[in-house]
Design a protein around this ligand. Structure first.
Ligand SMILES: Nc1ncnc2c1ncn2[C@@H]1O[C@H](COP(=O)(O)OP(=O)(O)OP(=O)(O)O)[C@@H](O)[C@H]1O
Length: 281
């Protein structure tokens, strides 16, 4: 039996079933009437929604709708012009990115951001370092507790690489991995920070149908380990197949929110995607 079978790759948190009764659920992330302007551009206009613990929420919308800006506001890269974002009841605004990571939020990027000259294993260990407790001094003095932490970090990184399906590539430089493997590695690295919320920004971009299907399974497995997932994705089949609920943005405004089937049949959403004029919708 491998160590993966003995220890869950993603630390078990309050494992939660799929969303059925959202009203009874605990909020994890609250986007509270957020407006965000870049000069004259209103990238987010009074956007308001809640992400509940244990769900997979899709954030969708046509190009330029404000999805990435919303992600960036949630992860502390941008500050809202108005409104606020709360994670586990605490304001995100003013927090540094590493503080937000420690609070339990991790993300991947639309454009892959790995350390190309480091191995897959090292890339994941860097993520795990966010939670190391021993000091720089104990690392320099090579104290036993530092070694213990180092060993545990490595074991955890290996388990995560197994979990995302690329353990056999752990000693390969990140730059030598295939595109799909790099995307998986990004997810493993984000999971190494023990997130309560994992934000995936277009994780299926450039994937073929088989890879998309595998990704869909992986996202479900991540949620089944108790990690809440926020997904930005253009591929509608994937979004409809994996999310519990969907929020739709268009021109920075929320135009719909609901179960995948409700959103798919919403005339405003159909119009936004097909470019039908408002009065015809
Ligand atoms: N740093 C910035 N400075 C100025 N305008 C910006 C900036 N970032 C985004 N915008 C503008 O804000 C709007 C929303 O962009 P955003 O990238 O969030 O959309 P998106 O829904 O993620 O689009 P896509 O699907 O194409 O990635 C767009 O009009 C964009 O041009």
């Amino acid at each position: 039996m491998s160590d993966t079978e003995q220890t869950p790759a993603v630390p078990a948190q309050a494992a939660a079933p799929a969303v059925e009764t959202v009203n009874e659920r605990e909020p994890l992330l609250e986007v509270d009437h957020v407006t965000l302007r870049f000069g004259g551009v209103v990238a987010l206009n009074d956007v308001d929604f809640t992400l509940y613990k244990g769900e997979i929420l899709g954030l969708i919308g046509p190009n330029g709708a404000g999805k990435t800006t919303c992600f960036n506001a949630m992860t502390g890269i941008y500050q809202p012009t108005e409104g606020q974002i709360r994670f586990l009841g605490q304001k995100i605004s003013g927090k540094k990115r590493h503080q937000i990571t420690r609070m339990g939020m991790a993300r991947t990027f639309q454009n892959i951001r790995l350390f190309p000259e480091m191995t897959a294993l090292e890339n994941v260990q860097v993520g795990a370092d966010a939670h190391h407790k021993t000091s720089v001094i104990s690392a320099l003095l090579r104290l036993p507790r530092h070694w213990k932490e180092e060993r545990e970090g490595r074991e955890k990184a290996e388990r995560l690489l197994e979990f995302v399906g690329i353990r056999n590539r752990m000693h390969e430089f990140a730059r030598n991995l295939s595109y799909g493997e790099q995307r998986r590695l990004e997810i493993a690295r984000a999971l190494a920070t023990d997130p309560k919320l994992l934000c995936l920004d277009e994780p299926a971009a450039g994937f073929n149908p088989a890879e998309k299907e595998e990704l869909l399974q992986l996202i479900r497995q991540i949620r089944d380990q108790g990690v809440t997932v926020l997904l930005i994705e253009h591929d509608m089949r994937l979004v409809m197949g994996v999310t519990d609920r969907i929020v739709v943005l268009e021109f920075g405004k929320k135009i719909a929110e609901g179960l995948p089937a409700e959103v798919r049949d919403n005339p405003k959403v159909v119009a936004a995607y097909l470019g039908v004029p408002d009065d015809a919708a």
